[in-house]
Every structure is written in C-alpha cells, then in structure tokens.
Design a protein around this ligand. Structure first.
Ligand SMILES: Cc1cc2nc3c(=O)[nH]c(=O)nc-3n(C[C@H](O)[C@H](O)[C@H](O)COP(=O)(O)OP(=O)(O)OC[C@H]3O[C@@H](n4cnc5c(N)ncnc54)[C@H](O)[C@@H]3O)c2cc1C
Length: 404
C-alpha cells in the first residue's frame, strides 16, 4: 500500500521536470502532483551546471523538435525572466569561420536559422566581425542577435516556487529506488516512502535510463555522460570578449566546440569541452564510479560510438589534460588569449543518449509506455526550450494517462 496517492509523480527536479510540473499544475488546477528530487535542492545537476545561454535555434535541423521547441522556448524564456524579474540579457552572439573550409558550413547555419524563422541573422565580413568583437579573428561571421544569457538554476527555482503556489508538491531529498506497476496505480518507492500515481513522468536526466529500468522498462538508449570543463577569463582580460563568440561546430557532433560566453552574473567563461565522464554526476576529472564506468564500458553501443569517434574523443581528452591545447583552440577565435588569461573554473556533465548501434540521439526523445513517460534525451538547448518542453510532455501525458 502506498503512503499517499497522487495523480502524477514527476521524477527529477531539474529544469525539465520542474517545467513539466509547473505546466501540469497550471493546466489541471485540481491535479494532485508530486515531484521527487533526490538531492536536497533543485537544479543540482545539468540545470545548475551549464553555460546559461538562451539559444536562438540556429543550429538545429528544420522540422526537428529541437528547432521548434528551441525557437519557441527562447522567446518564452525571455518573457518568463522578464515577468519574474530573473536576470537575463539579449546580448547576441557571433559564430565565426576561422578557415576557408568552415565558410560553407557557416552558410548552412545561416540557411538553417532562416528556415527556423530567426530574425535579424546577418552574414558578416571580416571587418564587420571586428566591429562587434574587436579581438576576434575570423574570415567570416554569422551574427545571431536574438541569443541571450540567463541563470537557469534561478529559473528552475522559480518554476519550483510556482509549482508549490499552484498546489503541487516538490519533495527534495527523496530518491526513487523502484517503480512498481500495481493493478490500479503505479507505486513509486522512494527513500521517503511509497507514493501511488496514475502516471509517472521520468525526468531523471543523467539517470533517466536507470529510472526506466527500475520500472521494468528496458531503455532503447543508454545515457553516456560527457563532462564539459570551463575556464574563466581573468578579470583584467574580460574586455577581450564583448558578447558570445562560437566556432562553427562540427556537424558530426551534438556539441558546439569550445567558445566564449559572457555570464549573466558577470565574467566570461571559456569552454566547455566534451570528455567522457567516468562518473555520471562527477564534476572533477578525478571523480570515478565503478558502477557508472562499468555500465558505459559494457554497453555495446558505447564501443560502436568509440570506434566512430575515437580520434575526436582522444583530442578532447588531450585538450582536457593540456591547458596549452585548450588555449590553442581558443586562440583560433581570439588570438590574443594566453594561458595566464585563463583560470580553471567549474564543469557540467551532459546526459547524451546513445543507441545500441553507437549513434548519438540528436533530437529530443520522449517515450510513452504504459503508465510512464520517459524523457530520454533532452540535451542542450533543453534549458532554453524548457517551457515548451514542459507543455509538450504534459500534452503527451494528457493523452497517455488520461489526466484531467
Ligand atoms: C556543460 C553544459 C552546458 C550546457 N549549456 C546549455 C546552455 O547554454 N543552454 C541550454 O539551453 N542548455 C544547456 N545545457 C543543457 C541543459 O542544461 C540540459 O539540457 C537541462 O538542464 C536538462 O534538464 P533536466 O531536468 O533534464 O536534467 P537535470 O537538470 O540533470 O535534472 C535531472 C534531475 O533528476 C534527479 N534524479 C535523478 N535520478 C533520480 C532519482 N532516482 N530519484 C529522484 N531524483 C532523481 C537528479 O538529481 C536531477 O536533479 C548544458 C548542459 C551542460 C551539461
């Protein structure tokens, strides 16, 4: 017997779970909703360890969920921040081609951005890049004026506050251990008791495949953790970057390449790189979990992925271990940067879903199965897109669990 019954239990107090809970309690004011989070506060993992960029949607394939929800989400995020007095700024960014071979790829981004409905995009000549970013060296640039910055941990805390004011319950320090299918309802067994629910939404981020398995659902993907490490520009050199400067990304990867990002709290970050993490929720290079590492190493999809990308993986590792290599990558964007300009900063760990054939899931992925909805792939730009993602999940749950 459960200790208490709800209509919906959401697992995971990151920005996606919280947005889902916020929309559900807004659309269905009588809904009895419980959100459980294992840490003692919300946004302790990806949602509190990211670059804080409000992406505009220039990178994503037209027609994909990422493209649609990012473009909608960026506008909604700016409006949400404005409405709730959360720090944000539309500072714009430039994506720069630093060798001839990147120019056609930059043109593709321009076309994608237009196809995705972005306004104000402008291709820039060398001199025009300099007018925006005087210390940036580039052959061509793409100006994306709608890009912004915010503090996603603050946004997530605001979502949690709204959930509570709309009658939902956010229970931190509550770890899900098992999900059992009863005849009448699902039973979510946690470290703080068992909770009944008509439907369960799994927004467990880096643990979402494991939470699926706890419920007896073999996930179609495995979460492979990629750590992204940052350096901080020392205050005397912050003037080298006015807004955000990105390279042209490698189209093979979902990651954007090390770049410069102005922080809403002040300061300029350089990074993040993308190295295989030896612990899913491990933020230091030395963090290691045998369970997590063995899980990755025994997944056939990991080895298929490694076979395809080992060269790129090795150079990311090298760049993680060698500050000189990191500096070299940044010098392609801002040649004046030297090693002493950079101080080691924090890191974040991305949850990247990988299929058994070794391919990386590119688009957002949500799977409804019986009385559960699994959120298996919501990497960047999911913080930007969190408001429409929450709506999308609630719409799926409305049909799947017949909530009202
Ligand atoms: C380095 C980095 C940079 C990024 N930069 C950007 C950016 O600039 N812009 C952008 O839009 N996006 C960015 N992203 C992506 C964005 O941060 C994520 O897509 C988003 O935060 C995902 O939110 P989430 O709620 O799915 O996951 P999370 O925030 O990881 O939340 C999942 C939650 O589930 C909880 N949980 C797990 N297992 C259990 C359990 N058994 N019981 C209870 N709770 C559980 C965890 O503790 C966690 O709090 C970045 C990500 C990283 C890592």
């Amino acid at each position: 017997m459960p200790d208490q019954s709800f209509d919906i239990v959401v697992i995971g107090g990151g920005i996606v779970g919280l947005s889902t809970a916020m929309h559900a309690t807004r659309v269905f004011p009588k809904l009895r909703l419980l959100l459980v989070e294992k840490e003692d506060s919300v946004a302790r993992h990806q949602s509190g360890h990211n670059s804080g960029v409000i992406h505009s949607g220039v990178y994503y394939k037209p027609g994909s969920l990422k493209a649609k929800l990012c473009v909608e989400g960026a506008a909604a995020m700016v409006e949400f921040c404005r409405l709730h007095n959360l720090p944000h700024e539309i500072c714009g960014k430039v994506i720069v081609a630093t060798d001839e071979a990147e120019i056609p790829r930059l043109n593709v981004l321009f076309e994608r951005g237009q196809a995705n409905g972005l306004s104000g995009l402008r291709m820039l000549q060398q001199q025009e890049v300099r007018e925006i970013e005087p210390h940036c060296s580039a052959l061509r640039g793409l100006l994306v004026p709608s890009t912004g910055i915010t503090d996603y941990a603050a946004v997530a805390r605001k979502y949690a506050e709204i959930v509570a004011t709309q009658g939902g319950t956010v229970s931190t320090g509550t770890e899900v251990r098992k999900v059992v299918r009863g005849d009448q309802e699902m039973i979510v067994e946690t470290t703080r008791g068992a909770f009944g629910a008509r439907g369960v939404i799994n927004c467990a981020g880096l643990q979402s495949d494991r939470v699926s398995r706890m419920a007896g659902q073999e996930p179609e993907v495995m979460i492979v953790p990629f750590r992204g490490e940052y350096y901080d520009l020392v205050p005397e050199r912050e003037h080298l970057v006015r807004t955000l400067i990105y390279p042209v990304p490698d189209p093979k990867f979902p990651f954007l390449g090390v770049h410069f990002t102005r922080r809403i709290q002040g300061g300029v970050d350089a990074g993040p790189n993308a190295v295989l993490a030896l612990k899913r929720e491990g933020y230091k290079r030395t963090d290691f979990s045998l369970h997590d590492f063995a899980g990755t190493m025994t997944y056939p999809g990991f080895w298929r992925m490694a076979k395809k990308y080992w060269r790129d993986g090795a150079s990311e590792y090298y760049r993680s271990l060698s500050k000189a290599a990191f500096v070299k990558a940044l010098q392609r964007l801002v040649p004046e940067i030297v090693s002493s300009d950079l101080a080691a900063d924090g890191s974040g760990v991305r949850a990247q879903a990988v299929r058994p054939d070794g391919s990386l899931v590119d688009d957002f992925q949500f799977v409804l199965s019986n009385k559960m909805l699994h959120v298996w792939n919501v990497p960047s730009p999911a913080a930007t897109a969190s408001l429409p993602i929450g709506q999308y999940i609630v719409e799926m749950a409305r049909n799947g669990f017949a909530i009202s």
